[in-house]
Structures are given as C-alpha cells and as structure tokens.
Design a protein around this ligand. Structure first.
Ligand SMILES: C[S@@+](CC[C@H](N)C(=O)[O-])C[C@H]1O[C@@H](n2cnc3c(N)ncnc32)[C@H](O)[C@@H]1O
Length: 198
C-alpha cells in the first residue's frame, strides 16, 4: 500500500517538514544523531539534515526511502536510509534524537517501539512525536488511518502508558490546521510529544 502511494508523482505529504517538528527540533542536541521512524519520503529527515544533524531515515517502504534519498540530493544534504519493519527492528542505542511523525502502526508495534525509546536515547536526547488522535475521525480535516484501523490512532494517555524513563516536556492533544501535501489537510486532532531523557 505505501509503495503504491509513494509512487505517485507528487510527494504525498509535501517536501516541507511537519510544523510541530519545525517548532521543536532544537530540543535535540545540536549536530546529534537522529533516527526518523516511519519516515516515508523523507521530508522531516531532509529538514533535520539541513539543520546539521546526522540523520537516519527508517521506513518499511523501499519506494518511500528512494524518494527520500532523491529529496536529500535535491536539497544538497546526506541522509542514511534504512529499510526496516518496526514490528521486528531494534532501535539500537546512542541516538540524540528520535522522531515519529504520523508513523501510525498497530498498537502492539507502537508499544514495542516505545518500550525501547529510553534505552535508545543518549542522556539529554529527545523523542519528538506527532500523530492523529482517536478524535480525528470526527474532525473535518483529511489525514490518518481509515476508520477500520482506528486502533492505529494515538492518544496522550497511550503515550503516558507506553513511554517510561523520559520527562514529558510537551505532552498535549491539540486541534490544529494541518497543511502537508494532498493527504494531510485541514482542521485535525493530533497528539504532540517532546519527551527528554535526563
Ligand atoms: C503517514 S506516513 C508518514 C511518513 C512520514 N513520517 C511523514 O510524516 O511524512 C506513515 C509511514 O509509516 C510507515 N510504516 C507503517 N508501518 C511501518 C512499520 N511496521 N515499519 C516501518 N515503517 C512503517 C509507512 O511506510 C509510511 O511511510
């Protein structure tokens, strides 16, 4: 499904980074190593590389990662791409930042990933996430998993239950206008997180 979507000529979510990431990326120590989870076509990874970070973009989609590498070349930066399935991939350690922007997965996969975040981050490192909440299906905006995959949506209480060993510097559910390519548009309900390892 994702390879098909990412084969469309237009970048599915545009080439510009997510707004929340753009506002909060400096929580990640400067010039650090950043792992971008479920990074798709690389708009956020390329943005972080442009800010001086050493970036690895992870996704299951080979087509998405190919587009990510092309975008990096277009913007004159280098990123590493890693094709991996989060249901079985181990995050490793030594990351100064980990991000997950609209990386919706089954709850068991999400919980498995979140159980690894604290050990994967360096002290002072940050985990930055924005995802659609369960309220999204009653919002006018377009974006997020379809109704039959409603358990892929993420609430703040899910994050509080799944993530331990980090300080929630920002943890909130918001309604905001999203404008990211053709597939994320309009007034939407999202959960936003900056969680820091002290
Ligand atoms: C809505 S897109 C978001 C892409 C990107 N983070 C962005 O904001 O532009 C969701 C992404 O999650 C990826 N994904 C879903 N399940 C995954 C899994 N189990 N392992 C790795 N990537 C996964 C898809 O391939 C897709 O690129």
């Amino acid at each position: 499904m994702w390879n098909e979507r990412f084969s469309e000529p237009e970048f599915t979510y545009g080439k510009e980074p997510n707004d929340f990431l753009r506002a909060e990326y400096q929580r990640i120590p400067a010039r650090g190593r950043v792992l971008c989870l479920a990074e798709g076509q690389g708009r956020n990874a390329v943005f972080l590389a442009q800010q001086g970070y050493q970036v690895t973009a992870l996704d299951q989609s080979s087509v998405g990662l190919k587009r990510a590498a092309e975008l990096a070349t277009e913007r004159g930066v280098t990123i590493e791409t890693l094709q991996a399935d989060l249901s079985e991939h181990d995050l490793g350690s030594g990351w100064d930042g980990i991000i997950c922007i609209f990386g919706h997965t089954p709850p068991a996969v999400r919980a498995r990933v979140h159980a690894q975040i604290a050990d994967a981050l360096m002290p002072g490192g940050a985990y930055i996430l924005e995802c659609y909440t369960p309220k999204q299906h009653s919002m006018p905006g377009r974006g997020g998993p379809p109704p039959e995959l409603k358990d892929f949506l993420v609430s703040l209480s899910d994050l509080e239950r799944e993530i331990s060993g980090l300080d929630f510097t920002i943890g909130r559910e918001v309604e905001r206008e999203v404008n990211e390519g053709s597939h994320h548009q309009g007034l939407s309900s999202t959960v936003q997180l900056v969680a820091t390892k002290v």
